[in-house]
Design a binder for this molecule. Structure first.
Ligand code: NOJ
Length: 570
C-alpha cells in the first residue's frame, strides 16, 4: 500500500542517552498464576522454567516476576518474612538460580520485585521489634507509645477499617501499616534499616539480577512526627499519594541507594509510583540526579476509574501525550496498561466482548509496543485475556477485595454498588491462571487452581493462538520483533496527529532513519484517516491487526472497528 507522506521529523528530538534498560520489552509474570509444575494448584518457579522457550518466543527481553520470597502470603508475597529465601510453594533457591541462568542463557534480563516499604509482621525484625520497647530492632519500624494518646489518623489500603495505626498490647504502642496489619512499615529514617535494604539488594545483585522494581517506594520516607493532616485527606483515600508519597528524605535515601548499590552493578531500578506531579517524577529519574532509572506513574491505569464513565479515546491519548511531552527531552518512564493490581487491559480500556476483544487487545498491544518509554507487558495480555468479573465475594481471594468488603460494611456503604465496582476493578481480574489450552484447568495445573480459571479459556488460549497466524499472540510477536529491530520505536520522537479526533489515536515515531505512523481505531465503527494531511513520501503497511488489506480510497484510509496499524515510511 502506498500513502502520501507526513511532516517527517518536525521538532524531532532524539535522545542520545541510549541505555540497555531503555531498550527492553519487559514481561511481567504473576508467579502464582503462570504455571503449576507440582500439582498443588499454585504456579511456581519450575513452571516458569518449563516455559522459558515460550517466553523467549514472545520476543520480550526482560522478565519481572512478582515477589517470590518467603512470605505468609497475607498479600500474595508482598509481605516478606525472609528476603534471602524463596517461598517454598514457589520452589527453592536452587530453582531460582536455574531460572536466572535459563533466562540469561536466552539473553533475557531479570527484574526482582523489592518490597521494602514494609515487611511481614512475621519477619524476624518485626518479631523482635514488637517484643519490647528496648529491643535493638525496636527502631526498625514506626511505633507510637500509647501514653502519648492516639496517633493522628493515617490511611491504610488494606485495613478492614482503613486505619494504618494498629494497637499492639505487648508494648502498649501502635505500629504503622500503610497496607495490611500484617505489613508493618519499615522505618527508613533509621540508617540501620537502609543498610539492611542495601545489603539485600547486593545479595541479589551478586546473584546476577539485572534490575529491581521498588514496590510502594514513594512511601518510604515519612514525617515521623506524624502531624495532623487536613480534613480532605481524612475523607478521601485518593489523597493518599499526595500525603504519603515523596516524603521529606526520599531523595537522600535514593542517592544513598545509588551510591551503595545501583552504581556498583549493571542494574537498573524502577519505582512503583512517581509522586503526584511531573516534577516529582523527574526528580526520581533524571539521570544527572543519580537516583533511579525509571518510574511508573499511575495516571494511565487510574484514568477515569469509574464503572459508568469509562475512559474515552480522547482521555487516553491526551494523557499519554501529556506524559510523553514531559519526558521528551529528559528522564525516562515505563509504559504499561495493566499489572497484577489492575483489571485486564482489554476490559478496562477497549472492549472485551467476544465480537471485538481480539482486535481491541491487538490495538492496546500495538500502543504499548510503539510508544516511547520501556513497555511492561502483563502476562496473558499477549493472548488477550479478559476480566473474570466474579459476582460473589466468596469467589475473591485478594486481601484488597476481602478487607475492602469488610470496610464497606463497616462504613454502611451501598453494597450493591461496592460489588459492581469490584467486578470491574478488582485485582483478582488480572490474577486468574494463565490460559495455556482449553482443558479443564486451562493447562495451568492438573488440579483445581488457587483462583478460578476464566471460562473463556476455550477460545482464548496459547495453544489455539499458536496455530493461528493472525492471532493476538502472533500479532504480539510481530510487534516485539519490530520493536527489537527498530531503535526508532524506542528513542524516536513521538508526535500526536488529530488531537481532537474522538475515535482515532494516530501518532508518528520518528528519528533520522525512519518514521512510523501508528493509527488505532478505538471505536466499534469504521473510521476514516484522511491522508491529505500528509504529503511527500511513500508508506508501507507493516503491521495490521486485521488480515484485510486497507487500500487507500481517494486519499482516505478506512479502518475497521478496533483496527490498529503500523505503517512505515519507505
Ligand atoms: C504494590 C503492589 O503492586 C501491590 O500488589 C501490593 O499489594 C502493595 N504494593 C503492597 O506491597
Amino acid at each position: 500500500m502506498t500513502l502520501n507522506a507526513t511532516q517527517k521529523g518536525a521538532n524531532r528530538v532524539v535522545s542520545d542517552g541510549r541505555k540497555w534498560w531503555k531498550e527492553q520489552i519487559i514481561y511481567q509474570i504473576y508467579p502464582r498464576s503462570f504455571k503449576d509444575s507440582t500439582g498443588n494448584g499454585i504456579g511456581d518457579l519450575r513452571g516458569i522454567i518449563n516455559q522459558l522457550d515460550y517466553i523467549k518466543n514472545l520476543g520480550v527481553t526482560a522478565v519481572w516476576i512478582n515477589p517470590i520470597y518467603a512470605s505468609p502470603n497475607d498479600d500474595n508475597g508482598y509481605d516478606i518474612s525472609d528476603y534471602r529465601a524463596i517461598l517454598p510453594e514457589f520452589g527453592s533457591m536452587h530453582d531460582f538460580d536455574e531460572l536466572l541462568a535459563g533466562l540469561h542463557s536466552r539473553n533475557i534480563k531479570f527484574v526482582m520485585d523489592l518490597v521494602v516499604n514494609h515487611t511481614s509482621d512475621e519477619h524476624y525484625w518485626f518479631e523482635q521489634s514488637r517484643s519490647s520497647r528496648d529491643n535493638p530492632y525496636r527502631d526498625y519500624y514506626h511505633w507510637w507509645p500509647a501514653e502519648q494518646g492516639k496517633p493522628n489518623f493515617r490511611w491504610s489500603y488494606f485495613d478492614e477499617k482503613g486505619e494504618a495505626w494498629k494497637y499492639d498490647k505487648q508494648t502498649d504502642a501502635y505500629y504503622l501499616h500503610y497496607f495490611s496489619q500484617k505489613q508493618p512499615d519499615l522505618k527508613w529514617e533509621n540508617p540501620k534499616v537502609r543498610q539492611e535494604v542495601f545489603d539485600i539488594m547486593k545479595f541479589w545483585a551478586e546473584k546476577g539480577v539485572d534490575g529491581f522494581r521498588l514496590d510502594a517506594f514513594q512511601f518510604v520516607s515519612k514525617d515521623t512526627s506524624f502531624p495532623d493532616l487536613p480534613e480532605s485527606y481524612k475523607k478521601d483515600l485518593s489523597e493518599v499519594i499526595k500525603y504519603h508519597g515523596m516524603g521529606p528524605n526520599i531523595h537522600e535515601y535514593l542517592r544513598e541507594m545509588y551510591n551503595e548499590v545501583l552504581s556498583k552493578y549493571d542494574v537498573f531500578a524502577v519505582s512503583e509510583g512517581a509522586g503526584s506531579s511531573f516534577e516529582d517524577a523527574h526528580d526520581l529519574v533524571d539521570e544527572e540526579r543519580n537516583e533511579l532509572q525509571m518510574a511508573y506513574h499511575f495516571e494511565g491505569v487510574d484514568l477515569k476509574k469509574s464503572v459508568d464513565n469509562p475512559p474515552t479515546c480522547l482521555d487516553f491519548k491526551s494523557l499519554h501525550t501529556k506524559w510523553d511531552k514531559s519526558f521528551a527531552h529528559k528522564g525516562w518512564i515505563s509504559i504499561f496498561l495493566a499489572n497484577h493490581d489492575c483489571p485486564r487491559m482489554v476490559s478496562r480500556f477497549t472492549n472485551d466482548s467476544p465480537k471485538y476483544r481480539e482486535f481491541a487487545s491487538k490495538l492496546l498491544n500495538t500502543f504499548l509496543l510503539t510508544m516511547r518509554g520501556t513497555p511492561y507487558c502483563y502476562f496473558g495480555d499477549e493472548i488477550g485475556m479478559t476480566n473474570i468479573s466474579f459476582k460473589d465475594i466468596s469467589e475473591y481471594q485478594d486481601i484488597a477485595a476481602i478487607n475492602g468488603y469488610k470496610k464497606a460494611i463497616h462504613n454502611n456503604e451501598d453494597m450493591t454498588e461496592f460489588m459492581r465496582e469490584l467486578t470491574v476493578f478488582s485485582r483478582d481480574n488480572s490474577r486468574t491462571p494463565m490460559q495455556w489450552d482449553d482443558t479443564e484447568n486451562a493447562g495451568f495445573s492438573d488440579v483445581q487452581p488457587w483462583l478460578k480459571v476464566n471460562e473463556n479459556k476455550n477460545v482464548i488460549n496459547v495453544q489455539l493462538q499458536n496455530s493461528m497466524p493472525n492471532s493476538v499472540l502472533n500479532h504480539f510477536r510481530n510487534l516485539t520483533k519490530l520493536r527489537n529491530e527498530s531503535s526508532t520505536l524506542v528513542y524516536g520522537e513521538y508526535e500526536l496527529l488529530l488531537p481532537e479526533h474522538e475515535s482515532l489515536y494516530a501518532y508518528t515515531r520518528t528519528d533520522d532513519n525512519n518514521q512510523y505512523l501508528i493509527i488505532l481505531n478505538f471505536s466499534n465503527s469504521e473510521q476514516v484517516f484522511d491522508l491529505s494531511m500528509l504529503s511527500g513520501n511513500q508508506y508501507e503497511m507493516i503491521i495490521n491487526s486485521h488480515s484485510v488489506n486497507n487500500h487507500e480510497i481517494n486519499g482516505e484510509l478506512h479502518l475497521l472497528p478496533f483496527q490498529s496499524v503500523v505503517i512505515m515510511v519507505v
